[in-house]
Design a protein around this ligand. Structure first.
Ligand code: HEM
Length: 222
């Protein structure tokens, strides 16, 4: 990582860089747990992963909706209403023969502040970046062809970069107006860890977790 200049004229540390570096370990842990780039991934295990993700998104979005009701200006600034995607996970799960009508109960605390909301949303929105790679991989697996194209991993298509850029702008604006970057990073780490522990015992394929090469997140400008 490039060392940031210090001293009176130094620019404040960038919150997006802090989020990426501060959650790198948690991201890797979650990626290894889900193991979605496994060449032997089949429809049964993908459905098991999607069921966990669907349940998590339902609860996380409930909490963010609660926050949005009490902070409508902040929610509008980050375009929260257009970032919900639990319904897409439900549709993908149904396409794979799963039942999205009764998601397992997972406790995801509602954000207590806009700092916490944006930290949690960083995790949910950032997953659309890795989602592009996941979708590309799924398209190569003949065992998944009958499910048709899935939409939840990469919901924005060609708009992925633009939606991420808009999110980054909104987060930086929030911090410039007095938001607490440390609180954002702490909330993002909690969200990653909660999701990893919620998914920890998801059914593994024959090759087990963390098989094959892992990816790195180096390609996205912070
Ligand atoms: C298991 C499969 C996953 C893989 C293979 C994966 C892979 C990646 C990759 C390659 C990137 C960088 C994208 C790029 O350079 O264009 C990325 C970014 C990111 N992913 Fe994942 N990811 C996975 C799952 C997740 C999940 C489930 C979440 C959260 C729910 C998540 C959160 C993030 C975040 C927050 C970023 C943005 C990092 C930043 O630039 O600040 N990822 N992921």
């Amino acid at each position: 990582m490039t060392r940031q200049p210090t001293g009176p004229d130094a620019a404040p540390p960038d919150v997006m860089l802090a989020l990426r570096t501060g959650t790198a370990g948690e991201h890797q842990e979650l990626e290894d747990t889900l193991d979605l780039l496994d060449p032997a991934l089949d429809a049964v295990r993908l459905a098991a992963v999607l069921a966990r993700m669907h349940a998590f998104w339902v609860r996380a979005e409930d909490g963010l909706d609660t926050w949005a009701r009490t902070h409508p200006g902040d929610a509008a600034a980050v375009d929260w209403a257009a970032r919900r995607r639990a319904g897409l996970f439900a549709a993908d799960l149904a396409a794979l023969g799963g039942d999205p009508t009764a998601p397992a109960p997972v406790e995801v605390p509602a954000p207590a502040s806009t700092d916490e909301a944006l930290g949690a949303m960083y995790v949910l929105e950032g997953s659309t970046l890795g989602g592009v790679f996941i979708d590309r991989h799924l398209a190569t697996l003949p065992g998944l062809a009958q499910a048709g194209p899935l939409t939840a991993f990469s919901p924005y298509g060609e708009q992925t970069g633009a939606r991420w850029a808009a999110f980054r702008r909104a987060v930086r604006d929030h911090v410039a107006r007095g938001g607490d970057p440390d609180a954002l990073v702490a909330a993002a780490r909690r969200t990653f860890r909660l999701m990893a522990s919620w998914c920890a015992d998801v059914q593994q394929g024959a090759s087990g977790p963390a098989s094959g090469p892992t990816t790195t997140r180096g390609g996205v400008p912070a």
